[in-house]
Design a protein around this ligand. Structure first.
Ligand SMILES: NC(=O)c1ccc[n+]([C@@H]2O[C@H](COP(=O)([O-])OP(=O)(O)OC[C@H]3O[C@@H](n4cnc5c(N)ncnc54)[C@H](OP(=O)(O)O)[C@@H]3O)[C@@H](O)[C@H]2O)c1
Length: 285
């Protein structure tokens, strides 16, 4: 239950690492109690201890596999069981497994679509009635600058599901304007987290100047700011605003040519990789 004097209660998915974990810390700092979700329970327990000791936050663990269709309901059963009314939803869980589209099993594609599109949408759908009834709610989906890139080769449903989520938040932001419930999307570019290893981008980001890879803390603070202020869309860092701005407005033929070059580079990476290509089944699930 909510601690006396706390600001409200926020659910953060993907809270076991990276951006989601940092968002949970920022929300606790700002006086929120937390429901934290991911699959790695020991990581959630560690974070819960930190948030309770450091910020006096009330923390509920709601472990769930959001790549399974029943994941959001399992999560919400945990929340319902604790009698918690949620004021803030942060949809942050995600993953990225580079592999050629046709060599990835259909079941793996389905898990990606569930995790990155359907589960966040289902959580929004489950939480909205309560938020609307109370006349207050803040929803943010951590999308990606990939939304502006014309095709992300070897990342299958990553960009399509981020685009889905981005359009969904935009749609709901308009439909429910004035209701007290707001919908935001944030669009990070490269951000320091485990995702860089999972998505095979680490070797590239290691060679980049620091302004091209955002610190997790900065992305988390900006995500929380955008969410609480009800900003519809936010792109992180000046560098990403510049790059994605160019991508967004470049004639599609040139943008496509740029991505063809990227395809060749990624293909060479996959060919050179010592890991058995495509290592998708073993990475996360
Ligand atoms: N890092 C970047 O460069 C970057 C750029 C643009 C957008 N993003 C987006 O930012 C979000 C957070 O990513 P991150 O960079 O913080 O990566 P991360 O450190 O790998 O964190 C991903 C989080 O998602 C959770 N997750 C993964 N699969 C899950 C599943 N099946 N069920 C439930 N939870 C699951 C992970 O927890 P468990 O493994 O414990 O379940 C983890 O807490 C993602 O949506 C990602 O697409 C990241």
């Amino acid at each position: 239950m909510r601690n006396r004097g706390r600001t409200g209660t926020a659910l953060v998915t993907g809270a076991s690492s990276g951006i989601g974990r940092e968002i949970a810390r920022v929300l606790a700092e700002r006086g929120y109690d937390l429901v934290i979700s991911a699959r790695r329970v020991e990581r959630l327990e560690q974070l819960a201890g930190e948030l309770r000791d450091r910020w006096g936050a009330g923390v509920t663990l709601a472990p769930a596999d959001l790549s399974a269709p029943e994941g959001p309901d399992v999560l919400m059963a945990e929340v319902g069981g604790h009698g918690l009314a949620l004021d803030v939803l942060v949809n942050c869980a995600g993953t990225g497994n580079p592999a050629p589209f046709h060599l990835t099993s259909w079941e793996e594609h389905q898990r990606t679509i569930q995790l990155m599109a359907l589960s966040p949408a289902r959580l929004i759908h489950l939480l909205m009635p309560g938020m609307l009834e109370r006349g207050y709610g803040r929803v943010v989906c951590v999308c990606s600058g990939a939304v502006w890139v014309p095709g992300l080769p070897f990342h299958g449903f990553y960009a399509p599901t981020k685009g889905f989520l981005y359009k969904l938040t935009q749609t709901l932001a308009v439909e429910y304007a004035g209701s007290g419930v707001t919908f935001s999307a944030t669009l990070p570019g490269f951000t320091e987290s485990e995702m860089l290893d999972l998505s095979g981008a680490r070797h590239m980001t290691d060679k980049m100047p620091s302004y091209m890879v955002a610190p997790t803390r900065q992305v988390a603070v900006e995500t929380v700011d955008a969410c609480l202020s009800g900003r519809v869309s936010h792109t992180h860092t000046w560098f990403n605003r510049l790059v994605f701005g160019v991508m967004k407005h470049a004639p599609s033929r040139y943008a496509h040519l740029m991505m063809l070059r990227e395809r060749d580079r990624l293909q060479a990476d996959l060919d050179a990789s010592s890991a058995p290509a495509p290592a998708v089944e073993s990475v996360r699930i």
